[in-house]
Write a protein that binds this ligand. Structure first.
Ligand SMILES: [Mn+2]
Length: 258
């Protein structure tokens, strides 16, 4: 049976990621793809907060190439933030409000790092801008954020991914801002309404459960970051949270989906 894995929210911690993948046998001692028939999904948030965001992006891109497509990557809200920062900087998002809204302001408040910005090339930008919002594997719907905002962009998987690429090809600051804001929303699948929300998402986009990053398992459970050792299944087993909170000292969870 093919092994399928998901990793999310590496946030610049390249060394932590390298160790976690090697422990699972997905890479060899040199960090090369060694997963044979396994598949590996990255669910976004490669950069910001941690020491080597562009190094994480370069590693993921190399694994995608080496694996011949067995490794694939999705877009996270921090990719929108970093690309929006590069593109629009401190330009105020209309209409002017209080407090003033700009990518520069949100970027600075959400772990944006000048050294990541300085190392992003046009090639990185093109690669990141083409990442899909969502995918299917092992019967699951894979996304970055635990939000229903995806349904505002597309009511099918193909429509959603086409809309995502269109949004990142836009020159409109408002389109970019709303994409960042909506992709940063969270917690839609928790609580009493959670199972209904998951069902709504899956009814449109397909899959028998949703696998997401973005919300840290320890924070969802009210536990210490270092106490988390596995992904968190909730919403009646229809949602799986895989963000171990690497930048808070938690583990890089390599979640096995099948
Ligand atoms: Mn995120």
């Amino acid at each position: 049976m093919t092994r399928v894995y998901a990793v999310s929210d590496v946030h610049g911690y390249r060394d932590v990621l390298v160790r976690a993948l090697a422990e699972e046998g997905l890479t060899d001692a040199d960090g090369r793809w060694a997963g044979r028939d396994a598949r590996l999904w990255f669910l976004g948030d490669y950069l910001d907060r941690g020491p080597d965001g562009v190094g994480v992006i370069d590693l993921v891109r190399r694994l995608v190439d080496e694996s011949g497509g067995a490794v694939a990557a999705l877009l996270g809200n921090h990719e929108v933030l970093a690309l929006g920062m590069r593109r629009f900087g401190a330009t105020t998002v209309p209409p002017p409000g209080e407090p003033e809204r700009s990518f520069a302001r949100s970027w600075a408040r959400n772990g944006g790092l000048g050294r990541d910005q300085a190392r992003l090339t046009d090639e990185h930008v093109a690669w990141l801008s083409a990442l899909p919002m969502a995918a299917h594997d092992a019967g699951a719907l894979l996304v970055h954020s635990d939000t229903l905002a995806y349904l505002g962009w597309g009511r099918t998987l193909d429509d959603l991914n086409a809309a995502g690429r269109d949004r990142l090809a836009s020159d409109d600051l408002v389109v970019w801002w709303e994409t960042w804001r909506d992709l940063t929303s969270r917690a839609a699948f928790r609580g009493e309404d959670g199972p209904r929300a998951v069902r709504e998402l899956l009814d449109h986009l397909g899959g028998d459960r949703v696998v997401h990053g973005h919300s840290i398992v320890a924070e969802m459970l009210g536990r210490a970051y270092t106490d988390v050792t596995e992904p968190h299944s909730y919403a009646g087993g229809r949602a799986l949270a895989v963000d171990g909170g690497i930048y808070e000292g938690g583990p890089c969870l390599v979640a096995r989906l099948a």
